[in-house]
Design a protein around this ligand. Structure first.
Ligand code: SPV
Ligand code: MN
Length: 613
């Protein structure tokens, strides 16, 4: 190992706690050398990665990478939250004692970076100067250069973020060791991978993957799991898997901010990056703050609930991204943006990229095209010819300021006041287009009973959701009952309550299966109604499960929808709801110490439904 001290000195890394941590893991992992990186190193590291074959040229200022074929997604079974207190065990956090997990991970990591460079990535998961900045600093150590390139896009990276900390020891220690990907038994009983957040020590130890959610430790491990735990332990904030958007009303000059959670494959990124529909564009402008994470807190100066996106970029699913579904995402990876694509189809001759849904048909001339595994499309056998060209979880990575409608103040220290919190899933029946929720307890209750529809018999029973509380199931850091109480406490302390709502863009006709609501940009309309309801400008109609818009209240100018379909998405199917209440009761019963306020909300909704019988 080259001289660690000299390298840290040269990088201006003076924080003694950071130095000690770097020294410890440099020795443990056996890396040959260390290198401290900042955002300014990006172009050099890109050139190095191109030269090493870790990246390929995908057109001007665009790059392509391919991962090991068994390493393409997060692994929930191998992901653990460890602490020293068994009371932190919840239903979904895979709790284990840190006394067991830390030695295990250190064993796996011992000597595992031999021959490699260990990059030191000081980062901040917050706009600089933000009220939550004390919980946002971290130092990721990684032995993968492409992880550095992704971290530079997804977080603010530089030595300055860990120097002059108020408490110099208050930073997350986030260690990523790739391991020998071809010999880790991914998905077998002999799986060697572990992704551990030692939450009460603010230490993240991830071994055995170079995929984003497992390797970009600022994002999911710190931004969600660690943040959720810290927010609870400090009683200061919530760390949620939420998108965050702004809506500017040019007529009144007012600005609104909406955040919300959606289980995967429910269109969260498309919603986050939405533009106003043409018919409303003269009056409203929608701006983008974030597509995946929001931290929420009460602003001590004005008592209002505030939110911010701790990330600096978008790590988005490429599949089905096109001019209709998400034009802003497409333009955020235009030539010159320095975006990185992973596991899509690539043509090294023409430097083009393609993924399913990019265009209705794949490129007609298949010469030169390689699928995500690097195999020529032209050599596919009869059996292989219908396989996708891109991996379904293929990704693009780009910084926030590449998004055409990025909010002007996305980097402002203050964050933004939150007017509404929405939850939504993909539900073919029962859930109306939008229902506003009466109060905070019912809002948290709705979040806890959020779910995604089982898409096939193999995954579950028709009509029964796979519950995904607050869309946080994979990121829960402590017990669900404590989580619910903490949510009630944080939001309940705000002087002005945000309005909660549940949305559903995915109701279908039971006969022919067509979607009843056009979705995409038109989704702005129910959100505008929600803000009007909050402002007292519309009244809506009361139902047992919330307030829904009347047909007259919803601005439908220029929307293509039949009166029958509109009727369906603006009504409540009482029988289906009653059935759902039984499932919900079973689901909620698994959580220990669920606050009485949540059970009361459940019983209120159930009683209101019974009255309709
Ligand atoms: C998700 O899976 O919800 C993501 C991407 O946002 S990952 O970083 O892989 O977790
Ligand atoms: Mn996510």
């Amino acid at each position: 190992m080259a001289d660690v001290e000299a390298t840290l000195d040269a990088a201006g890394l003076k924080n003694p706690h950071v130095r000690e941590y770097v020294r410890y893991y440099a020795e443990l992992t056996g890396a040959d050398r260390i290198e401290v990186v900042s955002a300014a190193d990006d172009s050099r590291l890109i050139q190095e990665a191109l030269a090493a074959g870790e990246l390929s040229d995908a057109g001007e200022g665009l790059y392509y990478s391919r991962s090991y074929h068994k390493d393409t997604a997060r692994s929930e079974e191998r992901t653990v939250v460890a602490t020293s207190d068994p009371k932190d065990k919840g239903q979904y956090n895979n709790w284990k004692p840190s006394s067991e997990m830390k030695p295990l991970l250190e064993d796996k990591m011992r000597g595992a970076s031999a021959g490699k460079t260990m990059y030191v990535i000081p980062y901040l998961m917050a706009p600089p100067g933000n009220a939550l900045a004390p919980w946002a600093a971290g130092v990721e150590l990684t032995d993968a250069r492409t992880v550095v390139l992704h971290m530079i896009r997804m977080s603010r990276v530089g030595v300055e973020f860990v120097e002059n900390l108020e408490d110099p020891n208050q930073f997350v220690r986030a260690v990523h060791v790739t391991g020998d990907l071809e010999n880790l038994g991914q998905g077998t009983p002999d799986d060697q991978r572990w992704f551990v957040t030692v939450a009460d020590e603010r230490t993240i130890l991830h071994y055995g993957s170079s995929y984003g959610g497992n390797a970009l430790l600022g994002k999911i491990a710190h931004g969600l799991r660690q943040a959720a735990y810290d927010g609870w332990a400090s009683k200061k904030f919530l760390g949620e898997q939420y998108m965050l958007i702004g809506i500017h009303d040019k007529e009144t000059g007012k600005d609104y901010h909406i955040c919300g959670g959606f289980p995967s494959a429910s269109g969260k990124t498309n919603l986050a990056m939405m533009l106003a529909p043409d018919a409303l564009g003269d009056r409203y402008h929608v701006s983008f703050y974030g597509d995946d994470i929001a931290w929420l807190w009460v602003n001590e100066e004005n008592g209002k609930l505030y939110g911010m996106n701790p990330e600096y970029g978008v790590f988005g699913v490429a599949k089905d991204t096109n001019e209709l579904t998400n034009p802003t995402a497409l333009h955020s990876v235009d030539p010159g943006t320095q975006a990185i694509f992973t596991n899509i189809a690539y043509n090294p001759d023409t430097k083009q990229v393609w993924w399913e849904g990019r265009t209705p048909q794949p490129p007609a001339d298949i010469a030169g095209w390689l699928d995500w595994k690097g195999n020529p499309i032209s050599e596919r056998s009869e059996d292989e010819k219908d396989l996708p060209w891109a991996h379904p979880n293929s990704r693009f990575t780009t910084t926030l300021d590449n998004v055409p409608n990025i909010a002007k103040d996305y980097n402002a220290a203050a964050g933004v006041p939150i007017d509404a919190i929405i939850f939504g899933g993909r539900t073919r029946d029962r859930e109306p287009l939008i229902r506003a929720i009466h109060d905070l307890a019912e809002g948290v209750y709705d979040g806890l009973t959020l779910g995604a529809e089982a898409t096939s018999a193999a995954e579950g029973k028709e009509g029964v959701l796979r519950y995904d509380p607050m869309s946080n199931r994979p990121f829960m850091a402590y017990g669900e009952g404590d989580y619910a109480q903490h949510y009630l406490d944080i939001v309940g302390a705000a002087s002005e309550q945000p309005i909660f709502a549940h949305v559903n863009w995915f109701q279908r006709d039971p006969q022919d299966g067509h979607y009843l609501w056009p979705g995409y940009r038109e989704n702005l309309r129910p959100l505008l109604w929600l803000l009007q309801l909050k402002n007292g400008e519309v009244k809506g109609q009361e139902t047992p499960v919330g307030i829904i818009p009347t047909k007259e209240e919803l601005n439908l100018e220029g929307v293509d929808i039949t009166p029958e379909d509109l009727e369906t998405i603006l009504s409540i199917d009482i029988d289906r709801w009653k059935q759902e209440m039984d499932y919900r009761e079973e689901h909620l019963k698994q959580f220990e110490n669920l606050p009485e306020a949540i059970w009361e909300a459940h019983r209120r909704v159930a009683a209101a439904l019974d009255e309709q019988a």
